[in-house]
Structures are given as C-alpha cells and as structure tokens.
Design a protein around this ligand. Structure first.
Ligand code: GLN
Length: 537
C-alpha cells in the first residue's frame, strides 16, 4: 500500500517547496524507503516546454522526453533516480485529457464539470505512480500558492484523496513563511495562521507546518503556531535559510521532519538515515582546496534559474574536484573582437550555453575563437556546440558564410541544419528532438576516455543538428566527431584532440548530473580548469 504526502505552499511563492520535498524524499530514501516525487502545476500550458525561461526558469527534460518543471531536476539531483512524464502534470494536461474523453463520448451525456470530472482526472494522475507498485511513498508537490484561483481544483482533489485514503496513508505538509519584522524585532505568525485558515476553508487540515524563516523559531513561536493551526508542536518544522540547498536535508533531519512524517504514516522509524556519502559531498563542497573561475556565456544571464541544471552540475563537479567553481555570467551580446580579451580575462574555462535564436551569436563565436586559440578549456552545450561548429567552419575552414539554418535559413554553408524529421513540423510544443538517445563514442577519443565506456545515453532538446556533408572537412582540419548516434549517424559530440579541453555536445549533460553521480564531462571540464590554475601559479 503506497502512502501519499502532499506538499502545499502558502503566503508567498518561492519558499522552496521543491527543495523541501526533495529533502524529505532524500531522508526517507536514506532510511531505505522507495520514494518518488511528482509535481502538479496549475498553469494551462500542457508543459513548460513552450515557456520562455524568464517565466519559469529552465525547462528540465527527462529520459522519456518530457519537458518539465525545473523542480524535477532537484528531485533527480537529490535522489539520483530518474523521473518521467508522469512526474509532472499541469492543468493544461488535465483539461486536455478530460476534453479528449468528452469528445470521445466517454461521459455518456453528462455535463462535464470541474467537480467531479477535472478533480477525478487530477486524482487519477496523483495515484498513477503509486499504483505502479514501484514506490512505498509518493510525495506530491502542488505548484502555486493556496488561495490562488488556479490551485483550487488541485486542493479539492487533495481533500477528496485524503478522505479516500485515510489518515495513516496520507498527510499534508503546508509550507509557509514566518517573516521577521526588523522594526519590531519579532517573527510574525499571522500570515501562517491566515494561510492555514484558507486551507481549512477548503477542507484541509495540514498535519505538518514547515516554516520558512530567516531567524530561529523559539519555543513560544512554535507553541503559538501549533495552537492556532491545530498541529502538534513537533509538527512545527523550522526551515531556516541555508547556505546551500544541499544543506536542507540535514536541517530537516535535525528538525525531525522525516520522523514526524513516518510516525504519522505509521511507518517504521527504525533505520536511521544513511547519509555518509551526502555528508562527504557537503564537506568537500564547504572546504574546497582550489578556486576556479568559469565563464558562462549565454543569453539569459540576468536569470540564473534559466541555467539551473548547469549551475548545479558545476557544484557537483566542483565538489568532486575539491574546487570552488566561481561562475561568471557573461551576456553574449556584449562580446566583440575588441573586448573579448578583457571580458574573458582571468577565466580558467568557458562554457557556451544552450539556447534558441540569433541574439548574441556573434559574441559567442568571438568567445569560442578566443578560447580555442588561447588553449583555454571550452565546453559547449547544445547551441554552444552548434556555435563551436560555426566558429570552426568560419575561422579554420574559411567558410565565411558558415552558419546554422536557425540563424540564416539561406546560408551558403549550413554547417548546422534542420534535422530531416523537423522539416514539416508546425507545432511548437513537444516537437523537438527530446529525451535520451544512444551515443557511440569513438575509441581512443578524449570523450571515450572521460566517460570510460563506449556507449552512453544523453538527453536532447533541439531541432537543428550537425550537417554530415561537412564532416570530412571538419575532421581533416582537426575537429573530430567523437560521439555519434548509432541509429541515424547524427553527430553528438565534437572535440579538438590537440586542445587542452575543447568539448562540445549536442545533448544536455547537465540534466544527468546528481550529487551521487556528478557528470563526467563537467568533472573533467572543471579538472581542466583546475589544471590551468595550478599551472599558472
Ligand atoms: N536552438 C538550437 C536547436 O534547436 C539549440 C537548442 C538548445 O540549445 N537546446 O537546435
């Protein structure tokens, strides 16, 4: 019998529901429970694939090709398990399914309504992963804030599910803010009280309160929250601002969130969490022996959430190398031939980020030319790989017009062109080359030695690809296709064997980096950057 934990949020957004859910899951997993997390988002987009990163941050892609909320990235990074399409559901997807059934005549002449049809579909989806039999505990995070119009059907579905499942098989954790009023020198409980009242109006009594705060909650505050929100005092959990998201599982353990959850669900608390590897990672993260400066050249540099997985992959790879990675975000648009040297000054490595559209292309090419010529470690991801190919085409192969058809559909030298199966695609949503594909590594290449194996799987999200008509020219001039898709021969990785580190992949390695398994390409890139530091000392 699967147990269900629902996580709701109140007072404001951005309280870190995803991190709290992932941290709780980590603690339960570390006690030996099989846990998964799913996220329900109350917006009408079918998935976040069509959203501008400025709206919701990065779009996280799963092995099965789902374009999902970036919180799924946290789940994978914390738990080291794979998520899938079933782990992220939006209002849009719920309505799409209900409307499909209505058109098919499945409702037998009934009026189709939010209650029960939409809520039934939400409940069906909420139980789906639990019914697979693979998990003992399913944590369901509800996006949005309690009280929003959009969240209502989800809250109602949770109310019904709790009723159906019963008290020892389900519980609700409500995450709120306990603000500190500097002028009064006090923590304030009122917003939490109001937010719990709103939940009560919808028929949900939270079992546990997780209170985000900048200052420790003293006993009086805890008592007050317990009394006014009808929860046990040990169910008032402090979630204090942490130096890193990776500290949060240990903070939650200190607050006994996992124990309180297990007791309420009538599950054994016998096994203490086994967190030795997690703690070893944290230790390395906190006491680095070296410092490297890495430039991230991209388009969305004002909003780091757009590059969430890349940032986290650097944290994992940095810890592995006992290195603090200082990321410098550099707007590609601002780079030109005259200033490239000063813009990239002091960097031990440069990453050119994934992205869409022409903005900043010339700046990216300038940055790549510079690091290629100066032997500074380079890592290109997706659009970054395509840029590395264009740069090499223009400056080494003297194909002055070399370009991607994305930027110039009529270019004379389309070194990057539209994939054959993309030519007749008209819809924007869910139509890219998405998800995990095999990639065969060239024996003896740098890439093969980094991965230490011949066949890998990496995740994709793109429409354009390397144009194989140019491959001979590139390889003759020294840029080698060291990774190919064995089924369709698409070039997946380009490298320059004569460069200290020049690696460019059509896929997104950052999506598979976890605390337990830092991604080998990131680890090697940081190692190459560290080598620069040591050599220049
Ligand atoms: N815009 C490029 C393409 O569609 C690269 C996409 C990306 O970087 N994710 O092929």
């Amino acid at each position: 019998m699967t147990k269900y934990i629902f996580v709701t949020g109140g007072v404001t957004s951005s309280l870190g529901k995803g991190i709290i859910s992932a941290s709780l899951a980590k603690l339960l997993q570390a006690r030996g429970y099989k846990v998964t997390i799913q996220k329900f988002d109350p917006y009408i987009n079918i998935d976040p694939g069509t959203l501008n990163p400025y709206e919701h941050g990065e779009c996280y892609v799963t092995d099965d090709g789902a374009e999902t909320d970036l919180d799924l990235g946290h789940y994978e990074r914390f738990l080291n398990v794979r998520t899938s399409q079933a782990n992220n559901v939006t209002t849009g997807r719920i309505y799409q399914e209900v409307i499909r059934k209505e058109r098919a005549g499945d409702y037998l002449g009934k009026t189709v309504q939010v209650v029960p049809h939409i809520t039934d579909e939400i409940k069906r989806r909420m139980r789906l992963l639990g019914e697979s039999g693979d998990y003992e505990i399913v944590i369901t995070e509800l996006g949005g804030t309690v009280g929003d119009i959009e969240s209502l059907p989800f809250i109602e579905a949770v109310r019904q599910l709790r009723w159906e499942l019963g008290n020892s098989d389900s519980l609700v954790i409500h995450l709120t803010l306990v603000p500190y009023l500097a002028a009064a020198g006090e923590l304030k409980t009122k917003p939490t009280q109001h937010s719990v009242k709103t939940l009560l109006e919808y028929g949900i009594q939270p079992d546990i309160l997780v209170c985000r705060t900048e200052h420790h909650l003293n006993n009086d505050i805890r008592k007050k929250l317990a009394l006014f929100c009808n929860v046990n005092i040990n169910a008032v959990i402090e979630s204090i601002d942490a130096p890193s998201i990776y500290d949060v599982p240990l903070l939650m353990q200190k607050e006994q969130l996992d124990k309180t959850v297990l007791r309420k669900l009538k599950l054994s608390t016998r096994n203490e969490p086994e967190l030795d590897n997690w703690k070893a990672f944290l230790e390395k993260l906190k006491c680095p022996l070296h410092d490297v400066e890495i430039g991230l050249v991209g388009k969305y540099v004002e909003l780091p959430d757009a590059y969430k997985s890349i940032i986290e992959a650097f944290i994992h790879a940095g810890a592995k190398n006992e290195c603090k990675v200082n990321l410098r975000f550099i707007a590609a648009e601002g780079i030109n031939e005259a200033n490239v040297q000063s813009k990239l000054k002091g960097l031990h490595g440069v990453l050119v980020a994934p992205g869409f559209g022409e903005r900043g292309l010339e700046g990216k090419l300038e940055a790549i030319r510079y690091v290629r010529e100066k032997n500074i470690p380079f890592f290109g991801i997706c659009l970054g790989m395509q840029c590395a190919v264009i740069e090499f085409g223009r400056n080494v192969l003297s194909l002055k017009d070399a370009n991607s058809q994305e930027m110039d559909p009529d270019t004379k030298d389309p070194v990057i062109h539209l994939m054959a199966d993309q030519k007749y695609v008209e819809d924007m949503g869910g139509t890219m080359r998405l998800g995990a594909y095999d990639c065969e590594l060239k024996p003896g290449s740098m890439t093969a030695s980094i991965y230490g194996k011949a066949l890998i799987q990496e995740r994709h999200r793109h429409r354009f690809e390397f144009n194989n008509q140019y491959l001979k020219k590139f390889e003759k001039a020294g840029m080698i296709a060291s990774g190919r898709n064995p089924d369709n021969d698409l070039v997946e990785i380009m490298e320059l064997p004569d460069h200290p580190f020049f690696m460019a992949g059509q896929f997104h390695p950052e999506l598979k980096s976890t605390v337990a398994n830092p991604h080998p390409l990131f680890v090697s890139f940081v190692a190459a950057a560290k080598k620069q530091v040591l050599e220049n000392r």
